[in-house]
Design a protein around this ligand. Structure first.
Ligand SMILES: *[C@@H]1O[C@H](CO)[C@@H](O)[C@H](O)[C@H]1NC(C)=O
Ligand SMILES: *[C@@H]1O[C@H](CO)[C@@H](O)[C@H](O)[C@H]1NC(C)=O
Ligand SMILES: *[C@@H]1O[C@H](CO)[C@@H](O)[C@H](O)[C@H]1NC(C)=O
Ligand SMILES: *[C@@H]1O[C@H](CO)[C@@H](O)[C@H](O)[C@H]1NC(C)=O
Ligand SMILES: *[C@@H]1O[C@H](CO)[C@@H](O)[C@H](O)[C@H]1NC(C)=O
Length: 271
């Protein structure tokens, strides 16, 4: 075995191990922009609904993360989700951590987040047990208020205005000190006109005090290529264009496929 192969093995050993031990070195805190999530829902074979009380970026999840891996996940199958333990948070969960897919059971989203991610965060008092774990997520959504952070950087929801990848990155960085990961959804009209919409922004948080830290790999992974038509590849299938601007429509707005405009759906007009 040559020297480099040996080094590689040594470097990979902790990563391989973490799959078994559930080790992680930071949290990924992912917040969703409901219009972007809903734009992607048909591709995910879901229907989507943004309730009236949802007025800001919602929580996708608070995910224990090891380096630039996706995971650990599903750390303890005997810790079954029990909604009654977080029933006291129901109102806040429906407002700030809602299940936007209305063709799935209301509680299935929280159950999924707990089973896949929450069970991996049981080493910290702040996230031990369902009540602490979901409370911490809600607290982080207030503390790292994405609507406010973006708007402080001049990026505000609009039916018509588009923003660049750089504007989004700079706005978040100005508040947190670090580059976030940004994801987009994609809609294509029959005549070929297409739109990208921001759907998710992820920041990385310290395991010790839940303050922002650099996301591993963000320095390089956020740069992407410099050819027209190149996209940032992110952990999910979604991506944001870096060489032309994309949409950040107001909450509850949907794309009218006939007019190509972002509009309030009929059932919300006049409310
Ligand atoms: C889901 O929400 C959409 C949009 O508001 C609505 O048209 C649809 O009827 C809802 N579906 C269910 C199963 O509630
Ligand atoms: C998994 O959860 C159960 C129930 O809370 C607990 O008794 C057990 O120690 C946990 N297992 C591990 C490996 O943490
Ligand atoms: C980013 O890429 C540069 C040049 O390839 C490299 O020197 C640097 O260490 C990388 N930084 C990170 C955080 O990966
Ligand atoms: C992208 O490449 C062009 C042409 O090579 C160059 O002029 C431009 O400065 C580059 N932009 C960035 C952001 O690196
Ligand atoms: C496609 O349709 C939309 C909505 O009617 C319209 O705004 C856009 O200009 C059309 N694009 C082309 C290339 O015809």
């Amino acid at each position: 075995m040559d020297h480099y192969a040996m080094l590689l093995l040594v470097a990979l050993f902790p990563l391989v191990c973490s799959r078994w031990t559930g080790e992680y070195d930071h949290f990924t805190f992912a917040q969703s922009w409901p219009p972007g999530v809903c734009a992607d829902a048909p591709r995910e074979h879901h229907t989507c609904h943004v309730d009236k009380q949802v007025t800001t970026w919602t929580i996708h999840g608070l995910w224990p993360t090891q380096g630039s891996e996706i995971g650990p996940h599903d750390c303890n199958s005997s810790m079954k989700f029990d909604f009654s333990k977080i029933a006291s948070l129901q109102k806040d969960l429906l407002t700030f951590w809602p299940n936007l897919y209305n063709d799935t059971e209301l509680e299935s989203f929280w159950s999924h987040e707990w089973t896949k991610h929450g069970t991996c965060a049981q080493d910290l008092p702040e996230t031990t047990g369902e009540l602490n774990y979901f409370s911490k997520g809600l607290e982080m959504n207030q503390k790292y208020d994405m609507l406010k952070m973006l708007s402080a950087g001049g990026v505000t929801p609009s039916p018509t205005e588009q923003y660049s990848y750089k504007q989004f990155m700079a706005a978040v960085k100005q508040s947190t000190g670090f580059d976030p990961n940004i994801e987009c959804s994609y809609i294509k009209l029959d005549n070929g006109t297409d739109f990208h919409l921001v759907s998710e922004i992820e920041i990385c948080l310290s395991k010790t005090d839940f303050t922002p830290v650099a996301c591993p790999g963000s320095e390089n992974s956020s740069k992407g290529g410099n050819q027209s038509g190149s996209y940032k590849t992110v952990k999910s299938q979604s991506n944001c264009p870096q060489h032309y601007n994309f949409n950040y429509p107001p909450i509850q707005y949907v794309l009218n496929r006939k007019t190509g405009m972002f509009e309030l759906p009929d059932d919300l007009i006049g409310r």
